[in-house]
Design a protein around this ligand. Structure first.
Ligand SMILES: Cc1cc2nc3c(=O)[nH]c(=O)nc-3n(C[C@H](O)[C@H](O)[C@H](O)COP(=O)(O)O)c2cc1C
Length: 180
């Protein structure tokens, strides 16, 4: 797949097969995150332990219910809602909050990882909601391996898209102007 094809075909996948991804694919995706443009330190924590994934999901649902954000509260109230969408791999991206470029570093790494995942035939979703759960539970953050002083800023789910996932059309976002 060409790079432009991978960028164009990438979509947020919100339903996964239970099958774990191959270690060789994971390695390439992680490397894609590590070699993204960056300006400062960040941590890529890979969670594939089913018990820990279930705990992150459960704690996140509770944090969404208590968030006071209507969209989050409504989503969390859907019976059986799983904010990790059943993905067998969750990548947690954290960085020092004191670096003004941390979020940009995390975003470029996350974008590279989702594009690499698409190129390898995997589904992914860049997301913010699990950070609510990980911020609310210090023990859980420690179990995930978030370094002291780092803030969880984004997560990426990885897995094989379920067979019935429909890939929607994607309208370009953002406004553009040219000065020539
Ligand atoms: C910073 C950020 C946070 C996001 N958080 C979530 C999330 O918590 N849950 C989710 O399902 N999708 C999340 N998304 C995915 C967006 O909803 C998605 O990228 C957008 O709707 C465009 O769809 P596409 O990715 O399929 O092209 C997030 C995306 C970004 C960039």
């Amino acid at each position: 797949m060409s790079t432009i094809d991978a960028i164009t075909k990438r979509r947020s996948i919100r339903k996964y097969k239970a099958d774990q991804i191959k270690d060789a694919d994971l390695e390439q995706i992680i490397q894609a995150g590590q070699i993204a443009p960056n300006a400062g330190p960040f941590q890529i924590s890979v969670v594939q332990n089913a018990e820990l994934l279930n705990k992150i999901s459960a704690v996140t649902v509770e944090a969404m219910k208590n968030s006071g954000i209507k969209m989050m509260v409504d989503r969390a109230a859907i019976p059986g809602f799983n904010p990790l969408y059943g993905a067998p791999t969750l990548v947690v991206l954290s960085a020092p909050a004191k670096n003004p470029y941390s979020l940009a570093n995390i975003a470029t790494a996350g974008a590279n990882m989702t594009i690499a995942a698409t190129a390898l035939g995997l589904g992914s979703c860049l997301m913010a909601t699990p950070e609510l759960g990980l911020k609310a539970d210090a023990e859980l953050a420690q179990a995930v391996g978030i370094p002291e002083g780092n803030t969880v800023m984004l997560c990426v789910t990885l897995g094989y898209a379920a067979d019935d996932v429909k890939i929607p059309e994607r309208k370009p976002a953002g406004k553009v102007n040219y000065v020539r």
